[in-house]
Design a protein around this ligand. Structure first.
Ligand code: AMP
Ligand code: GLY
Length: 424
């Protein structure tokens, strides 16, 4: 069958590699893709949020399966768009419908969902501008630090963690009245601070059954020792040593099963990935957030460990037959190091020529922000590459990925040299 993958980052390069190896895949198209995805299939100049163009392409190339990488087409309702159009309603799209995507698209929706289904998460309340004074009072009942979250999608920047009560009040006001995060901040979730270490668990569901994919830990801050600004993610490790069998069992019983059952009970159409961001609070898993897609760069560490034919896995999701699939996981550790443009996550320059990729051995070079200009690979984004290596040990996997990062050169390249250190 012909498969269309939507997206253009390192996550999509990892998806493209896995899909291109599937026995079910005849032709793979990536819209719009990047310089790396073109080695797995054909890049097409279609934007994932331009649903009419996606539809036209799907019909023109007889696409039999669509896999969605990023969250915004899902939150914007691409699944509902397909299902309500007779010409394409039988073409499965891997990802939740618009309501299910609210698990990521609205913090208030996801917190209320967790509360309805008894899923462990930090206590919270939600405020609009009309309830600003009540928001101040709620803050006064909490202990610092104070956690303020813009309700809507804010490209990973909508969460503030503040030590001082007065500053927290000021920030709440500027989110609700001054549009600090635009429309995403029309509602603000205030929640209790959870203290612990984070990891992510990924679930694939067909709406009836589920498979738990390998867990991963990502490194969000730009600076070593988890300092500086938040980024999309500077590295990832899978598996996560502290997410051991006991922790994962609790996660499955208390979080995964109630989440799947909750979606069923509420008749929420969900065939796709659920990314569960967890805090390990003294050995107990608590949900920090849901995302309605895979993580980036976690995907680049997780997918290379999945030995099961990925196209078969996607088709089984579409067919509600995940219960017939036996997941086969590579026991080795995957370590992903992300190379970024100097200045990221602030301002950075693009179009620097990349050299040395051909010197890399034994490491998967996933392109994130790259393009091809005059036959040369050039930088084209903040996160440029995600380098994933597998090894029997975490140290061995990291050594390989750092060696690869050393080979790849472009002006003002930067990567964190402490990925995985906290886990050893
Ligand atoms: P979110 O977008 O909800 O994942 O939040 C972004 C980041 O803020 C998380 O990855 C955590 O590091 C941190 N965070 C969010 N909520 C909490 C919380 N209740 N307690 C402590 N840290 C939090
Ligand atoms: N790496 C975090 C995310 O994909 O949201």
């Amino acid at each position: 069958m012909n498969i269309l993958l939507l997206g253009s980052g390192g996550r999509e390069h990892a998806f493209a590699l896995s899909l291109s190896k599937s026995a079910l895949c005849s032709k793979l198209f990536i819209a719009p893709g990047n310089a790396g995805t073109s080695s797995c299939g054909t890049n097409v100049n279609v934007q994932p949020n331009d649903f009419e163009s996606v539809k036209a392409f799907v019909l023109k190339e007889s696409i039999a399966l669509v896999v969605v990488g990023p969250e915004d087409p899902l939150v914007n309702g691409i699944v509902d768009f397909f299902e309500s159009d007779v010409a394409i309603k039988n073409i499965p799209v891997i990802g939740p419908g618009k309501t299910g995507a609210q698990l990521e698209g609205s913090k208030d929706f996801s917190k209320a969902f967790m509360q309805r289904h008894g899923i462990p998460t930090a206590g919270y309340d939600t405020f609009t501008f009309a309830k600003l004074e009540e928001g101040y009072k709620f803050l006064e009942t909490l202990n610092p630090p104070y956690v303020l979250k813009a309700d809507g999608l804010a490209a990973g920047k909508g969460v503030l963690i503040i030590n001082d009560l007065d500053i927290a009040k000021q920030e709440l006001k500027s989110m609700l009245s001054d549009g600090k995060f635009g429309k995403a901040g029309d509602k603000v979730v205030i929640e209790e601070f959870l203290s612990g270490i984070e990891c992510s668990v990924f679930v694939l569901t067909d709406g009836k059954h589920y498979k738990i994919l390998p867990a991963a830990k990502d490194y969000k801050r730009i600076g070593e020792g988890d300092t500086g600004l938040n980024t999309g993610g500077m590295g990832a490790v899978s598996p996560v040593p502290f997410a051991d069998a006991a922790f994962l069992k609790k996660t499955e019983e208390r979080i995964v099963i109630p989440t799947i059952e909750g979606l069923k009970k509420e008749a929420i159409n969900y065939k796709g990935f659920i990314f569960i961001g967890l805090m390990n609070v003294g050995g107990e898993p608590m949900v920090i957030e849901y995302n309605c897609r895979m993580g980036d760069p976690e995907t680049e560490a997780v997918l290379p460990r999945i030995k099961t034919d990925f196209g078969v896995l996607m088709q089984a999701t579409a067919d509600e037959k995940l219960d017939t699939i036996q997941l086969e996981i590579d026991e080795r550790t995957a370590a992903t190091v992300v190379m970024v443009s100097g200045g990221y996550p602030g301002n950075y320059e693009k179009d620097y020529e990349v050299r040395g990729i051909e010197k890399v051995e034994d490491t998967l070079v996933f392109h994130a922000g790259t393009a091809v200009t005059n036959g040369n690979v050039v930088t084209n984004g903040g996160r440029v590459f995600a380098l994933t290596s597998l090894d029997e040990t975490l140290q061995g996997a990291l050594n390989k990925s750092f060696a690869a990062a050393h080979h790849i050169n472009y002006d003002y390249a930067y990567y964190r040299k402490d990925i995985g250190k906290d886990l050893m």
